[in-house]
Design a protein around this ligand. Sequence first.
Ligand SMILES: [Zn+2]
Length: 244
Amino acid sequence: MKTSPDSWRYQVGIQNEWQNLEQNGGVWRHTGDARTPHVVLRSGLHSNGFIDTLQYLSVVSNLTRAADSQVAELLKVLDLPARVDWVVGSPMAGIPFATAVGIRLNAKHVGFTEKKGNTDLVCRFDMQPGARVLHIEEMSTTGGTPQRSINAVLAKNPDAQILPYVGAFLTRCSRKVPDLTSAEFVPVIDLTTLDVSFGQWRAAECPLCAMGSKVLTNPKKVWWSLLKNMHNPGSPIPDAEYAP
Ligand SMILES: [Zn+2]
């Protein structure tokens, strides 16, 4: 049980960020109505919830507030003054957020890694030996992407100094995860701390499939129709793609 004033403020802060995200169309939940489809996650599991920070962080007032909150969290762990030479975001949604955070941290450079094939990342920036590099993510579930991004920076710049923290607007995992070996997360919204979780099931065990709900495979592409459908379960979702 966290009872110190700082922890309390932290809880209130992330509650507010989470409520802002929910109230501004960043969170979809299945209604329990069989006419409402449910979603398949990148992991292949079926779920009754989905978070899309992309649209939310495209609103500049949301992006700037989120970046302010991220900097406040980072300054609790970084040495002051926080000398950061590079702030790096991973593609694609992480890049504007990392840039906004980098400007606030007064970093010397902001940069990004790029996709090469399906999962590989590469870095094209040359960094000076010893450069202090901080990674910022928009959302992470396992820590796999920021670790690949760190590896890409080190492959190009073996003498860079990777800071042992990765900032993230939203995490769905604990701060230390096996897939992120070089750092720990410093999240703005930490769903495990907020005790927010969604169901995840293999298709054969999915209760929503069992009740006759269809499986939507492209939730991000039909996001606003999907949100409308959440409030009005009969409403159409044009361009929806369903699993056979
Ligand atoms: Zn299902």
